[in-house]
Design a protein around this ligand. Structure first.
Ligand SMILES: Nc1ncnc2c1ncn2[C@@H]1O[C@H](COP(=O)(O)OP(=O)(O)OP(=O)(O)O)[C@@H](O)[C@H]1O
Ligand SMILES: [Mg+2]
Length: 234
């Protein structure tokens, strides 16, 4: 087993049952993702990309197989344990940002910290300001999502994913709703997060140019990895 890998999936299988219908979006998938890697996952619609991200992020649990993130076997955790684990260990970035419209950028970034009992208001403020600074939005903390561009909204969402200082970020088509220029600037931010800040990122994308910004690209088909190509980025 590769000790340097932050993510280790072993024969991960996910089965969904709806009445008599069984869907198997992931089948015996094994994968190592080294610490600090920017991994792109591509594949046709329905190939299991979001399912895999949700398992890696501890939002959903595998039906069988093992999933280790660092020293923790998250496949063995209960839902309550996973919720606590996520608060400090994994940030999730969505295609449509999922910001709360009535909250300011600052308050949106604060949300995951409100789940934590160990931080004072002053400690929260330091973390929120640091996260907004990393994404280049120190001067937009008071803006509501409707007062930001799409690229800026995604930056706020990235700050929210970063604010608890997790080692792992997962992103489901983070540039899917952006114009090329904003997309490229988000991709370059994600690259900096792996390089300068040592984060490990797993990003699902349908865009070959986005995948080229990653350090490695893997392809999923029918719940299995089918080939591995080096990204053009590094
Ligand atoms: N909660 C669920 N219950 C039942 N079936 C599900 C559930 N979530 C996903 N599926 C099924 O699992 C399969 C894989 O879905 P998934 O969302 O992982 O695909 P994807 O690769 O992310 O596709 P896309 O590119 O369209 O986002 C699909 O056939 C889907 O219908
Ligand atoms: Mg998906």
């Amino acid at each position: 087993m590769n000790k340097e890998a932050l993510i280790r999936c072993r024969k991960l299988t996910k089965v969904y049952r709806k009445g008599r219908i069984e869907v198997v979006p992931l089948k015996d998938l094994s994968l190592d993702v080294p610490q600090g890697e920017f991994l792109a996952l591509m594949g046709p619609s329905g190939s299991g990309k979001t399912t895999l991200l949700n398992l890696i992020a501890g939002i959903d649990r595998p039906t069988s197989g093992e999933l280790w993130i660092g020293e923790e076997e998250i496949s063995g955790m209960s839902r309550a344990q996973l919720t606590r684990w996520r608060a400090t260990e994994c940030g999730y970035i969505f295609q449509l940002y999922h910001l709360v419209p009535i909250l300011s950028a600052y308050e949106n970034v604060e949300l995951p910290l409100l789940l934590r009992k160990d931080l004072s208001k002053a400690e929260r403020r330091m973390k929120i300001e640091a996260a907004l600074d990393i994404v280049g939005l120190s001067d937009r903390g008071d803006h509501r999502p409707a007062e930001l561009s799409g690229g800026q909204e995604q930056r706020v969402a990235i700050a929210r994913a970063l604010v608890g200082d997790p080692s792992l970020l997962v992103a489901d088509e983070p540039t899917g709703d952006l114009d090329r220029e904003s997309a490229d600037s988000i991709l370059s931010l994600l690259r900096d997060l792996t390089g300068e800040h040592g984060k490990t990122i797993v990003m699902v994308t349908h865009d070959a140019k986005a995948a080229a910004a990653a350090s490695r690209t893997l392809h999923l088909e029918k719940g299995q990895l089918v080939e591995s190509l080096e990204g053009g980025g590094k």
